[in-house]
Design a protein around this ligand. Structure first.
Ligand code: C5P
Length: 215
């Protein structure tokens, strides 16, 4: 027996992380932000002053990642996110992290995983798949407000235009890579949060999950 898995994918700042956390809390499920696993590999390499383009070194770093020890405060740094999206193009690194993510997904009583390839690659048999999206402009605006609230973007102040350019670049890298590109699974439910507040998005997702659990 394995637990009930909720797979959530989508681009940066789509709102998928908030939805994943709230759904996990609602059902008492475990939650894994898989982006943190790629960030942790990048962080380990940066910390050790190792290059980001050596796949063998990155594989060793990936093997040493402990899913229980992912520190969001440290890993949410903007430079680590940039480095992570470079690491994420390496197939051997992905294989190591995907194995760890699959083990997590089987945890009882259930697990919510969010990322870029959960419904397509990590958990293709998940009973619920959500693809959460929003326009680039809305996502950039959200990020900008978030950064302003935190008073800084990697230490300094960054304009809306820079954040938008960053989001466009990250989307291109994530959607354009050969291995596990970001795209909705054919059986994913699409939730466009462009003109939704978080409460509406949560209720929409909850209704989809409840229907799948009853079925
Ligand atoms: O979501 P987050 O910004 O933390 O992810 C950092 C990077 O990790 C992304 O830009 C993406 O390239 C990569 N990633 C991935 N597959 C996942 C989660 C994240 O390739 N399942």
């Amino acid at each position: 027996m394995t637990g009930f898995t909720i797979a959530i994918d989508g681009p940066a700042a789509s709102g998928k992380g908030t939805l994943a956390r709230r759904l996990a809390a609602q059902f008492g499920f475990h939650h894994l932000d898989t982006g943190l696993t790629y960030r942790a590999v990048a962080h380990a390499l940066l910390q050790a002053d190792l290059p980001l383009d050596n796949e063998e070194l990155a594989v060793v770093a990936a093997e040493n990642i402990d899913l229980g020890g992912l520190d969001r405060d440290i890993l949410s740094d903007h430079a680590i996110g940039e480095a992570a999206s470079k690491i994420a193009v390496m197939s051997k690194v992905r294989r190591v992290l995907v194995d760890k993510q699959r083990e997590f997904a089987a945890r009882e009583p259930g697990a919510v995983l969010d990322g870029r390839d959960i419904g397509t690659v990590v958990c293709p048999d998940a009973p619920v798949k959500l693809y959460v999206t929003a326009s680039r402009e809305v996502r950039a605006k959200r990020r900008h407000l978030e950064m302003a609230a935190k008073n800084g973007y990697g230490g300094g102040t960054v304009s809306y235009e820079e954040i938008l350019a960053d989001i466009v670049r990250r989307d291109e890298r994530d959607m354009g890579r050969a291995d596990s590109p970001l795209k909705p699974a054919s059986d994913a439910h699409l939730i466009d949060t462009s003109s939704m507040d978080i409460e509406t998005a949560f209720k929409t997702a909850l209704a989809i999950v409840n229907t799948a659990r009853d079925g």
